[in-house]
Design a protein around this ligand. Structure first.
Ligand SMILES: [Zn+2]
Length: 129
């Protein structure tokens, strides 16, 4: 079960690693403005980071794997954020902004009463909120 989760996360990371440059290349080739897909990419990367943190907290993910995967998703989230702020002609996002976005995503996935990460569950196992 733990092995399955690790293989699944690794496979997803490899998929993102392989597909992301292709998507970037395709966009450059079309010379089109950044699509709203950047929002989806940001959301996906941020929730992946939160998932990784949960898996590490549960001991499902070895620290070196966690660091590698988190770095990948951080790069993806930052790229998407840059794309979005380029659209808005705003200053480039900083690491602080990325961390704030991660915290926001983490909060949105946590129990509103006790703060326990809910993950895929719809009700809190801690306080039944
Ligand atoms: Zn709770």
């Amino acid at each position: 079960m733990i092995e399955f989760a690790i293989v699944g996360v690794a496979a997803l990371a490899i998929l993102v690693w392989v597909v992301a440059p292709m998507l970037r290349g395709a966009r450059v080739a079309r010379r089109s403005p950044a699509p709203p897909a950047a929002i989806d990419r940001k959301t996906t990367a941020l929730s992946a980071i939160v998932d990784l943190e949960e898996e590490r907290a549960l001991g499902k993910l070895a620290p070196p794997d966690f660091e590698t995967l988190r770095a990948n998703y951080e790069a993806e989230a930052l790229a998407a954020l840059r794309e979005l702020t380029t659209i808005a002609a705003a200053p480039q996002p900083s690491d602080e902004e990325l961390e704030a976005e991660i915290a926001e995503m983490r909060a949105s996935l946590a129990c509103p009463r006790c703060g326990l990460p809910l993950g895929a569950a719809s009700t809190c196992s801690q306080c039944d909120a």
